[in-house]
Design a protein around this ligand. Structure first.
Ligand code: AMP
Length: 425
């Protein structure tokens, strides 16, 4: 096949059936899981004022390099907008704008955009689902959020995802830890990559986030935050761990787990799928961000949430050989009388809940039969001139031995549910 003139832009892709069937299936599992926890959907804009994300902190890679910029054409209001790189900041912006009653529990789904170097499992447009719980400092809120993410992976059929857990402590803990970390990194600066030496000056904690080979030895021997947790942070973290154990959710304490964004406090977590390439094996992650709403101009409000990458969850499903639930056609209507019968019958059967397909262009019987076989339908309903004259249809079992029976056109809709059930036994 010759290469077409236009391709999907770098770092983006077309997701088509059957892969898109899996996406739909994951989205409905997610929706069901979050609705069962009393979370309501939030649908917010795909683009936002750049300052919403700048509040995430300048040292965040997302903010410094990875945003797609847009500029409003209105000369009187030349607003600098960006395609959203994530949704937590947008949701905190929505919270400060609408001031809903707390605890405010929301879930979302939608595309995010990051100007990244594309590779397997890393795209410039990718789909995330996620949830946020605003307005409660209760460690049980952390447990609820983590458990909902964990149940989602479970319901998707994944059994190898691993939950990594850490606490970054509160502001006091962070300050004490930062001091120790800076001292350590200064001593070992020469062994760090150039990028990490830069990051170190802006946000030392983020050096621990580096996946670069050259940094690993320094990261490995760095002081760990768990040794610095003050009493309040320690107590919070203990309750979170106890809650997860009560729900029989396994986790691995990972003292070096820090998250890319500056606003995280206390609990942080990540779900990894061991079957994926290690640099891109995080299928989801989240944590507490008790200072973010205030940073966006709202009242002091605690928050905790997570985001799950659907594209990587798809890869994890493939790696675990989970079969794709396909959106199967049940009935194929074959009409050799011109097409009007197929038009009417397809509509009639779709209205009573069947998935129905048909051919166009007044194809021959043979060609329509071929299309019916290809469609994967269980049953063909055939209408030829004889059937039309006698006010009948012929039903043909497409998966079994090709048995055909004639049926009154009038009794078709009534008889079909039972017949299909019988056939699929
Ligand atoms: P983050 O918002 O960076 O915490 O990411 C949350 C989840 O989104 C990650 O665990 C990934 O599964 C997914 N993700 C983040 N960036 C990308 C990307 N560029 N392409 C595909 N998935 C991504």
């Amino acid at each position: 096949m010759s290469k077409s003139q236009f391709q999907a832009p770098k770092g983006t892709r077309d997701i088509m059936a059957p892969e898109s069937d899996r996406v739909s299936n994951l989205l409905s599992i997610f929706e069901e899981t979050l609705n069962s926890g009393g979370y309501g959907q939030i649908i917010s804009p795909i683009f936002e004022d750049i300052r919403v994300f700048q509040r995430l902190g300048d040292s965040s890679q997302i903010v410094t390099k990875e945003m797609f910029d847009l500029f409003d054409k209105d000369p009187k209001n030349p607003q600098h907008l960006v395609l959203r790189p994530e949704l937590t900041a947008s949701i905190c912006r929505a919270f400060t704008q609408h001031r809903p009653v707390t605890p405010w529990k929301v879930w979302y789904q939608g595309p995010q955009f990051r100007y990244e170097k594309p590779q397997a499992g890393r795209y410039r447009q990718f789909l995330q689902v996620g949830a946020e719980l605003l307005g409660s400092p209760d460690p049980h809120a952390d447990v609820e959020i983590i458990s909902l993410a964990s149940r989602f992976f479970q319901k998707a059929g994944l059994s190898n995802t691993k939950l990594l857990l850490n606490s970054l402590g509160d502001a006091e803990t962070r300050a004490n830890y930062n001091e120790a970390l800076i001292g350590y990194l200064n001593l070992n600066q020469a062994d760090l990559s150039e990028q990490s030496q830069n990051t170190m000056l802006k946000n030392p904690l983020r050096v621990l986030d580096s996946k670069r080979e050259q940094d690993q030895a320094v990261i490995h021997s760095a002081p760990v935050i768990s040794d610095f947790l003050n009493d309040d942070s320690k107590k919070h973290f203990q309750i979170v761990q106890k809650g997860l154990s009560m729900l029989e959710i396994d986790y691995e304490l990972t003292p070096r787990l820090v998250r890319g964004l500056d606003y995280y406090t206390k609990t942080t977590f990540e779900f990894i799928a061991p079957g994926l390439d290690t640099a891109q094996n995080a299928v989801g992650g989240g944590g507490r961000y008790d200072g973010l709403v205030e940073a966006l101009g709202g009242p002091p409000t605690e928050g905790i949430g997570f985001a799950i990458g659907i594209d990587r969850t798809l890869l994890a499903c493939e790696a675990e050989n989970i079969s794709v639930p396909t959106n199967n056609i049940e009935i194929f209507v074959i009409d050799t009388t011109g097409g009007d019968e197929a038009l009417i019958l397809s509509d009639e059967l779709r209205q009573i809940g069947f998935s129905v397909d048909r051919s166009f262009d007044q194809r021959s019987m043979k060609s329509q039969m071929k299309a019916a076989d290809r469609s994967g339908a269980q049953l063909a309903i055939i209408i030829g001139t004889d059937e039309l004259n006698e006010n009948q249809v012929t039903l043909r079992d497409l998966r079994g031995d090709g048995t055909q029976i004639a049926l009154d056109r009038q009794s078709l809709s009534k008889a079909l549910p039972e017949m299909l059930q019988e056939m699929t036994k």
